[in-house]
Design a protein around this ligand. Structure first.
Ligand code: NAG
Ligand code: NAG
Ligand code: NAG
Ligand code: NAG
Ligand code: NAG
Ligand code: NAG
Ligand code: NAG
Ligand code: NAG
Length: 561
C-alpha cells in the first residue's frame, strides 16, 4: 500500500476568523485554551507541571513526590502527561462513524467504562478527579472540552506542535458501547476498529506513532506484556515506548526504524501483544528505507520511515491527527470554529452600581506581547448621552501559553490599582469600550467592545433578620424594560453535567429608584453560600453577568427608621 500523507494534511490549513467579543462561551473557551500560566491562568494548566520536572525514573517512578498533592482529606495523583493523551483517545475510541454515536464525550468518567479491560489503568480516574476537584467544568466548558484541553495542553507543553482547538463538546449521559482497541487483537481487528472510529489504516499508523511518543506500558496493569523490571530507577515497572518518553519527538519512529526500539508493543516477549509491530510493519520497507529514498523519493516510504526521516513531517502529521482525534464527537454535536486568540481581549469585565457611580471592573489582555514600561495603554468608552471617556490603564501581570511560546501582558482598568475598578458616572452609563496601545486603536473594526449596563448587581444588597435573609438587589436601567430579570445558579446533575437554573425576580409593583438612571428589583434569598449571577432578557436576547455574588459577603442592611 502506498501511503500518501498530503491527503490529510490539507484540512489543517483552515484558520477561522477570531470572533466578536463578547461571546460568553467563546470568551471562556479562549481563556481556558490560551491563558495557561501566570496572571489569570486557568486552573487546569496551572496544575499540570512543566514537562521536564516530571521524570519517570528520576527517583521513584510514578510515586514521585511531586506527583501528588495533598488536598482536603485525601491524596490526588497528578495525571501523567501520557495519561492525558491516552484518556482522550480512550474516550474518543467508542465512536461509531456509521451511526454517529460515541466519541469524545467524557463517557470515560463513568465507572462502568473505567472498569472495562480495554481501559485498564488508573490514569483516567486521576484526571477526572483533578478536573472535578478544580471545578473547571462550568456552564460554558463541558467535562469533555476539559479532557480535550488537558490532552492539548500536555502535548503543547511537552515539546509538541500547536493543536487547533474547537470547543462545544457535549457530555454523554450514559456510558458508550465498548470499542477501545487492545494489544492482543490482530491487525485486521485494529484496522476495523480505527475504521469504525473514522480513521484510515494510514491514519491509524500515524495516530499510534504519534500517541506513543509519550509514556509506556505498566507491569501492574499489563503483566502479560511487561515483566517486573527490577529497575530501581523505575519502581513502577513502566516499559517506555521510546527513550524520550516525556518529550514529544519522533524517537518512537527513529528507534523502530533503526532497530534499537525497546517499545514493549514491538519487541515485547509475547508476540501476541506486539500490536505496534503489526501496525508499523509495512512490507519490509524498513530494510530498504534508504535505498527507496534515494531511488524513488520520500513519498514512497512507509509512514514510520517518513516519521523517522523528518521531525517536521512527524509534528505536522501528529498535529492534524490529534485535532481529528479531539474533534471526533457524536454526530449530533456541533463544535465551534477553531479558537484563535483575540489580539486585544477584555477579561473579567463587571459592572456594579454604587450610588451614583458605576464600578467598572476588568483587565485587558494584549496577546503575544511582553512587559514594556514605555508602552501606554488606554481605554476609551462611549456612553448613553453621546459622550466619551478615557483612562490610562495600569500593568497588572503577565501570562504565557503553549509551553512558553507565547506571552501576554495584562492591564487593569484602574491605573493606580490595576485589580480594582474604574468609577464611571451612572447616569451617563457605558455602551462600549475600545483600547489604544501605543497609538494603535483596537475597536473590533469599529464595532467596539459592547458592554451591557442595562442590569447589574447593586451595592445596596444587604442582610437582615434572624435567621438571616439576604436582600439581593439588581439595578435595572430605566428605559431598558427587560422582559425578565433573574438570578442564575450553576447546578450539577446526577452525572456531573453543569447547567444553569433561573430564579425569576418579580418586578417591583412600584419603582424603587436607586438614582436618576437605575431602579432596583429585589429578591430575598436564604442560601448563604450559593453563588448567584444575574440574567436578564432584553429585546428577546438573554444576557448574563460574568460576576457572581454570595449572600455571606453582603453588609447588614441599614437600620429602618
Ligand atoms: C456501528 O453502527 C452501525 C449502524 O448502527 C452498526 O451496524 C454497527 O454494528 C456499529 N458498529 C459497532 C462496532 O458497534
Ligand atoms: C500472551 O498474551 C496473550 C494475550 O494477552 C495471553 O493470553 C498469553 O497467555 C500470553 N502468553 C504469555 C506467554 O504470557
Ligand atoms: C526480576 O527479578 C526476578 C527475581 O529475581 C526474576 O525472576 C525476574 O526474571 C527479573 N526480571 C527481569 C525483567 O529481569
Ligand atoms: C445526541 O443523541 C443522543 C442519542 O440519541 C442523545 O442522547 C443526546 O442527548 C444527543 N445530544 C445532543 C447534543 O443533541
Ligand atoms: C508574535 O510576536 C512576534 C514579535 O513581535 C512576531 O514576530 C510573531 O509573528 C507574533 N506571532 C504571532 C502568532 O502573532
Ligand atoms: C481624555 O479625556 C480628557 C478629559 O478627561 C480629554 O481632555 C481628552 O481629550 C480625552 N482624550 C481622548 C483621546 O479622548
Ligand atoms: C482606582 O481604585 C481606587 C481604589 O479602589 C479608587 O479609590 C479610585 O477611585 C479608582 N480610580 C478611578 C480613576 O476610578
Ligand atoms: C423580603 O423580606 C422582607 C421582610 O420579610 C419583606 O418586607 C419584603 O417584602 C421581602 N421582599 C421581597 C422582594 O420579597
Amino acid at each position: 500500500m502506498l501511503v500518501r500523507l498530503e491527503a490529510f494534511i490539507i484540512s489543517f490549513i483552515a484558520v477561522a476568523n477570531a470572533y466578536i467579543w463578547p461571546s460568553p462561551q467563546l470568551d471562556a473557551l479562549e481563556a481556558a485554551r490560551f491563558d495557561q500560566q501566570g496572571f489569570n491562568a486557568n486552573f487546569l494548566a496551572g496544575f499540570i507541571q512543566p514537562c521536564d520536572t516530571f521524570q519517570f525514573g528520576s527517583d521513584t517512578g510514578r510515586a514521585n513526590a511531586a506527583d501528588w498533592i495533598r488536598t482536603v482529606g485525601f491524596y490526588l495523583a497528578f495525571p501523567h502527561w501520557a495519561d492525558l493523551f491516552t484518556e482522550a483517545y480512550h474516550d474518543m475510541a467508542t465512536h461509531n462513524s456509521t451511526d454517529g454515536t460515541g466519541g469524545l464525550d467524557a463517557s470515560i468518567r463513568f465507572a462502568e467504562e473505567q472498569a472495562r479491560v480495554e481501559n485498564a489503568g488508573d490514569g483516567f480516574d486521576n484526571t477526572m478527579t483533578l478536573i472535578f476537584l478544580l471545578a473547571i467544568v462550568n456552564r460554558y466548558i463541558s467535562i469533555s472540552d476539559n479532557i480535550a484541553l488537558a490532552a492539548l495542553i500536555a502535548i503543547e507543553n511537552c515539546g509538541g506542535p500547536e493543536i487547533a482547538f474547537r470547543g462545544g463538546r457535549v457530555d454523554a449521559a450514559v456510558p458508550n458501547a465498548p470499542g477501545v482497541p487492545e494489544p492482543q487483537q490482530d491487525l485486521a481487528s485494529h484496522i476495523a476498529s480505527f475504521a469504525r472510529q473514522g480513521f484510515t489504516q494510514t491514519e491509524m499508523i500515524g495516530l499510534v506513532a504519534c500517541g506513543h511518543t509519550f509514556g509506556g506500558v505498566q507491569h501492574d496493569f499489563f503483566p502479560d506484556i511487561v515483566n517486573v523490571l527490577n529497575d530501581t530507577s523505575d519502581t513502577e515497572d513502566v516499559a517506555h515506548f521510546d527513550t524520550t518518553f516525556v518529550t514529544f519527538d519522533n524517537n518512537v519512529a527513529l528507534e523502530y526504524i533503526s532497530g534499537t526500539t525497546q517499545n514493549p508493543l514491538v519487541v515485547g516477549f509475547n508476540d501476541t501483544t506486539n500490536s505496534d509491530k503489526r501496525i508499523f510493519w509495512q512490507r519490509r520497507e524498513r530494510h530498504y528505507a534508504i535505498v527507496r529514498l534515494l531511488i524513488r523519493g520520500a513519498n514512497t516510504l512507509s509512514m514510520p520511515c517518513r516519521f523517522a526521516n523528518s521531525l517536521d513531517v512527524y509534528a505536522s502529521t501528529c498535529a492534524n491527527l490529534f485535532v481529528r482525534m479531539l474533534d471526533t464527537v457524536p454526530s449530533n454535536v456541533t463544535l465551534t470554529d477553531v479558537i484563535t486568540p483575540l489580539p486585544v481581549k477584555p477579561s473579567n469585565v463587571e459592572l456594579i452600581l454604587d450610588g451614583n457611580t458605576l464600578q467598572l471592573w476588568g483587565q485587558v489582555r494584549l496577546w503575544n506581547m511582553t512587559e514594556d514600561p514605555t508602552r501606554t495603554v488606554s481605554m476609551l468608552w462611549d456612553n448613553h448621552i453621546g459622550g466619551t471617556g478615557n483612562a490610562t490603564l495600569g500593568f497588572a501581570g503577565l501570562s504565557s501559553s503553549t509551553g512558553g511560546k507565547y506571552s501576554a501582558v495584562w492591564y487593569g482598568f484602574n491605573a493606580t490599582s490595576p485589580l480594582s475598578f474604574l468609577s464611571l458616572d451612572a447616569i451617563a452609563g457605558v455602551t462600549s469600550l475600545s483600547f489604544v496601545v501605543d497609538n494603535e486603536l483596537d475597536d473590533q473594526d469599529g464595532l467596539g467592545f459592547a458592554l451591557q449596563d442595562g442590569f447589574m448587581f447593586s451595592q445596596t444588597s444587604c442582610l437582615f433578620g434572624d435567621p438571616v435573609v439576604g436582600k439581593f438587589d439588581v439595578a435595572v436601567r430605566n428605559g431598558v424594560n427587560p422582559t425578565r430579570v433573574y438570578l442564575e445558579q450553576s447546578i450539577t446533575d446526577s452525572v456531573q453535567r453543569v447547567s444553569v437554573s433561573e430564579i425569576d425576580i418579580v418586578p417591583p409593583s412600584e419603582p424603587i429608584a436607586a438614582n436618576a438612571a437605575y431602579s432596583l428589583w429585589s429578591i430575598n434569598i436564604t442560601e448563604a453560600t450559593t453563588s448567584y449571577g444575574i440574567g436578564a432578557e432584553i429585546d428577546g436576547v438573554k444576557y448574563s453577568t460574568t460576576d457572581t455574588h454570595v449572600m455571606v459577603l453582603f453588609p447588614p442592611c441599614p437600620a429602618e427608621k
